[in-house]
Design a protein. Sequence first.
Length: 279
Amino acid sequence: MTTNDNNNGANVVVAAENPLKQMLLEYVGNKYATEDDEGEFEVTVQMIVDTLAHEFQQRQQMLEQSNNFYTPSGIHVYTKDEMMNDLVDLEGVVSKLESTLPDHLRDGVEMIIIGQFDEFAERDINAFYKDGALYVSNFQTDNDDLLDDLIHETAHSVEEQYGMEIYADQKIKNEFLRKREHLYNILSKMNLATDKQRFMDTEYEQEFDEYLFGDVGYDRMSEILKGVVVTPYAMTSLREYFATAFTEFYFQPDSHNYIKKVSPELYRKLVMLHQAGDA
């Protein structure tokens, strides 16, 4: 290796002292060498620095492009934190979301953001909807797991768009409260019920959620509510009663008859919403 005191050693010629260095020098040399260069080509420290900086910049640009894109319908998809499961195809899943849900039911979704957020730990959730954006965890088991979350949170955007159509006539609320009362009666007989007033409150309450799935237990809830609701989580609030059925309606098309059977009023609303774009 020869040295030059100028530029803090930037013009130092690097020698191939081992196989790894030899590979690096050949790689960098190929970037700079021209057809006029003959014989051994000298590679300096500055050449290596410039080459690696350029490669890093290109990689960052490629990463930003893959993590930041717009769908054909104009939804902005941004990956704040990379997916932890390499087998999850984000673009493919978002494309399936768009092909599964009618256009008019996606009007409230402007952006999808993938990553980790404080709300996940604070509320023990892995996705939420807020101000036109779906915030979804980057920890996903597979493509279906991600699609399920996206559809479910889209349901909450639909509530904002069509709140009057969904809830104004009180039919879904009354259907939900009848099921809550049914649950209360069963848990009372099992000496597991809490204050009945809490069962009549349609808003989400984290303590009540923890009571249902912590104190009562998910397995017991699943058994009690078999044939009563689409999924036990539907009992946590009126909004979740709607969102869980909305998710099943689109995620599992063969579940329509079951939804219609266990929640007829809710099913009629889902059909109405689905057909709203045809008007």
